[in-house]
Design a protein around this ligand. Sequence first.
Ligand code: BGC
Length: 828
Amino acid sequence: MPETRSARFVSPPFVQGTVGERAAYLRKEFVAPSVPRRAILRSTAVGLIEPHLNGSVVGDEVLAPGWTSYRHRLIVSTHDVTDKITAGANVVGAVLGEGWAVGRLGWEDRRNHYSDRPAAWFELELEYADGTRDIVISDPSTTASIGGVGANSIYDGERYDAREEPDGWDSPGFVDDGWVPVEAFDWPLDALAEPIAPPIRRIEELAPTQVLRTPSGKLVVDFGQNISGWVRFTVHGETGSTITLRHAEVMVDGEIEVETLRTAAAMDQYVLRGGAPETWEPRFTFHGFRYVEVEGWPGELTDDAIRAVVVHSDMTRTGWLTTSNPQLNQLHSNAVWSMRDNFVGIPTDCPQRDERLGWTGDINAFAPTAAFLYDVRGVLGSWLKDLAIEQQEKGFVPWVVPDVLSTPSSPTALWSDVAVSLPWALYREYGDEKILEDAYESMSTFIRQVADLLDDDGLWSTGFQYGDWLDPDAADDNPAGGKTDRHLVAGAYLCRTTREMADTALILGHDDDAAEFEALAAKVCDAFRREYVSPNGRLVNETATAYALAICFGILDETQLQHAGDRLAAVVAQAGYRISTGFAGTPLVTDALTSTGHLDEAYLLLLETKAPSFLYPVTMGATTIWERWDSVRPDGTINPSGMTSLNHYALGAVVDWMHRTIGGLGAITPGYRRMRIAPQPGGNLAFADLTHLTVHGEVRIAWRLEGGQVSLDVAIPECTTAEVALPLHPDSALVEIGGGEHSWQYNVAQVAERAPLSLDSTLREVSDDPAGWHRFTEVFARHYPGVPLDGKAPEAAGMSIRTMLDYVPGASAQLRDELQSALEGSSR
Ligand code: BGC
């Protein structure tokens, strides 16, 4: 910041920081002797600020200054306003709302987390042609009053009464009778900070896809997409009429359903001035919604009168993937939208309910996906800075950053260890060692803290853990109570983070630390194997999550790895390819299958549509990733557990596997200077197109599979190289390429002709074909619910299905017919 910080924080004497308080309007009139050659306005607030100058809003940022660890870092917005200053009288103004700093945050109905009232800070620096400089600052000569903006709350919405807006309040010459001087407000000036993250802006507008009347006669606008933001409308009507907008993510029985918002009212209200058409949108709130119920609209609401305004951090998009499967494309789109909707300043859990907090576990699970889709160096770099500051201040990594929880957080896997894995994920994506350097202290402090908690066996066996959060087999009211031992989850994640820590120390040349962390990594890995893994590689806790973690975190040796992979394939088959993992296992289960030679099973898991599964929400019309696998149940009702957001990105982390396995792009060296291009077609996919803007330039991969022919087109940036594994190539060819465009066409490897499956196939033949076995067991389970069929087709492996059915009591002709068509329809 420049040394010109003479401005003071100011707060109008009438603001109390209480529930439902109206926004404050501030103005300061000044005289410019001539038109300046340069004018810069800097502004921020404890609360939310909309800066004004000479009759209009300055800049296109919204919800400024966003949400940071305000007492340590309060972000200042800077705008060049040279062309807005005139010679003579001018006015700097601001509208000041409660925002995150003053309003309620979290589900415990607590407010005033940072301040008991809002306050503004601004300075306008003027530089004249003759080199003289002047500065107009917020100080007690600023006056304040109230205006159209009424109660305003991030969760509950905003009220605006157009009749109360003082005409011309932000222009020179306004008669400010009744306006009162502001008071000085005490806030640390050294918290003022330059932004690291891009600002929050209006990014896109959506027209209604439908305007409808509900069975109870309500008017509802459907925007076709669950978003974060608000609605803008233009209306013509009588003075005093009131329009009420209620926002919702979903409709049940034809009416909007607000259960997923919990206590967030998400309601905006506009009172008409009357006369000419009026256009309005809120400024100090945002909602997570797809539907808006409109009450009190004068006359008929036409499509062109209303828009949904998508609002989030203005990041650059860097990743795209399209495939031949529309359901997968929708799943991908859902992950992209959930990311957009949850990057409103900080990475949050959800954008709609009384939460919207910077939950560490959610972004930890989703970070590699996020870093592929958008340039997240700004938003996540800023957030990591706050994490480190608060960790240092509090002595622990908070579960939510910025921390507004009423109780201290204890170290937990996947949540607190974001301190290590997020900088590591960003380093892998961008190849910038500075990211590790900046985070080093935070990373190493966390790891040493956990090292002190280990028991005599080297296990992380005590303390609270979230475990495999939201395992679909856990009771609805106990999301941490998944079937995978939570200390196993913690131990596995610790194997990963100690490894990342040791590598980080090595990269940065901290050799003593590297040796210390290397030894710790070996110790916790040994302890894990002793406690949880049989010599052959079977895990004591046979769940998909346990196997996925052990396989992906480098815990097992070669032979154990294969056995574990085979066991995992059996576990997922046994679950009928329904998902059985939560936050901890879901990002990794498809990787664990693929890396141990079970690509078919990974595709079966990915493409399953029955609940719970990756695609079930897609079949239910989801446009974002849900918090629970069954947030909306098959009968269309909302899961009543009270934690059923329809917009949580964590379980969308599978999209990262899609980028690497379907799209085929993986970084060998951090930042993709050297990469591996290895699409692995499967699941009847006929093509995929991937584009990724790496720090070195654009990578494009497109493959097509048609009539036994593969075509592969690849383009990589000049300064990069890649190892290309040609998909389905007869010789499994590996090719080295440098920067530029490359194309290949060839015939698909001849797969040894196998007889199609039928009732005459043996149980072994059927069980060796994951898709055939899946169909077979599904039909069987329908007729004989509860009768177990093991994925390995045990004793009777050599017996034909036809013969086996002779031994099955009551096997009907219908069962035989259904089995026959299920087997014929398999993937052979
Ligand atoms: C949030 C989650 C979060 C979890 C942990 C929930 O209320 O929405 O996504 O990670 O709490 O307790």
